[in-house]
Design a protein around this ligand. Structure first.
Ligand code: SF4
Length: 348
């Protein structure tokens, strides 16, 4: 059992982050925020695959104006990602966003930070302090490690918000380097009470990005650190949400949708397992049911794994044995394997 770090609970719209609440899956749109139609379409797509909180970039006043329209058309909480210009943060708050991601430090003038903190507090809107290894303040203490500098920068920003009597805070400390990221989160975990948003930044294209993210986010989650996650991939954000759930499912922290167990196949298999597993995976991706499905190549490990699943198939020469909830329910011809397996899954 993973023992999770105790953090203060905050609310982003109707979603609780921290305080022992289920780890929240979030993503960020990749559309031009000013294009309301395209942005709403992408958010709806993400909602469908389980995204629970969405962030959009707000680079200018036009994007800030679009927020109210976007907010009206979606049902998951909306976070505005803002840099430098405090007026954009104030407009976003007026538009009704549920969260802000900004660094008080890069807003500059304390009076401006105060104006944002007051407006956010009035509306009960949390602020995520997002420290990134690539943009550490020039004043950072060079004697500290990069992780140490990230933590110092975050603590300074926290102090600034706390001095304004603002405590609806969430913190992230992201780097591309996995050990640096893990180190930074481990360092800050015991130094402040706020919930942590975790992720590996700029992780890359899906093939490598999912691995980097799984190693970094997975290690932190296993250590009990992290209240909300975002997998950052150079891909459609749907891939980020799918990867996030796979990480959470691997650690038994959340369950969503089916789990596919498939053997790696070897010289003993007499059916094309790769093709069969790919076909089954494609079909399962359309479902939300938390079912465990096994596709196994032969009788060595096949029946054992297939029996352990809700529905499973253990293939042999020209045919396969079908299992349901541990019971053998039939033998099907090779040509009927996929149909028979999916029929049983659909019946569950
Ligand atoms: S289940 Fe059979 S075919 Fe699949 S990897 Fe194991 S031994 Fe090979």
């Amino acid at each position: 059992m993973i023992k999770r770090r105790i953090s203060k609970a905050i609310k982003i719209g109707g979603v609780t982050v921290g305080g022992g609440a289920p780890i929240v899956v979030q993503s960020m749109t990749k559309t031009d925020t000013r294009d309301v139609k395209a942005t709403v379409r992408q958010i709806k797509e993400l909602e469908e695959c389980g995204c629970e909180v969405i962030r959009v970039a707000v680079p200018d006043a036009e994007a800030a104006e679009a927020l109210a329209l976007i907010k009206r058309k979606i049902s998951i909480p909306l976070i505005a990602d803002i840099h430098f210009d405090y007026r954009l943060a104030l407009s976003a708050l007026k538009a009704g966003v549920d969260g802000l991601r900004l660094n008080p430090g890069n807003i500059g003038d304390p009076a401006r930070v105060k104006a944002v903190a007051l407006a956010a507090k009035e509306r009960g809107v949390p602020i995520r302090i997002g420290v990134n290894a690539g943009s550490l303040p020039a004043t950072a203490d060079k004697k500290l490690s990069i992780a140490g500098r990230m933590v110092a920068a975050a603590l300074e920003q926290i102090k600034l918000l706390e001095s304004l009597d603002f405590d609806l805070i969430k913190v992230s400390l992201k780097a591309f380097d996995v050990p640096t990221t893990i180190e930074a989160y481990k360092l800050i975990a015991g130094k402040m009470p706020y919930p942590l948003h975790i992720g590996i930044t700029e992780a890359g294209l899906p093939r490598t990005g999912v691995i980097r993210s799984a190693v970094g986010i997975g290690t932190l989650l296993y250590l009990g650190i992290g209240d909300t996650i975002r997998v950052s991939l150079t891909a459609h954000p749907r891939e980020e949400v799918i990867a996030a759930y796979e990480i959470l499912k691997s650690l038994d922290l959340r369950q969503r949708g089916p789990v596919l167990v498939s053997c790696p196949t070897c010289g003993r298999a007499e059916v094309d397992i790769v093709k069969l597993a790919q076909r089954v995976e494609k079909e399962l991706l359309k479902m939300n049911k938390p079912v465990k499905v096994a596709v196994m190549g032969c009788v060595v490990n096949g029946p054992g794994e297939a029996k352990d699943a809700d529905v499973g198939i253990a293939c042999g020469k020209g045919k396969a044995v079908l299992f349901k909830k541990g019971q053998k329910v039939g033998v099907v011809a090779e040509a009927d394997i996929f149909t028979a397996l999916m029929r049983e899954v659909n019946k569950l």
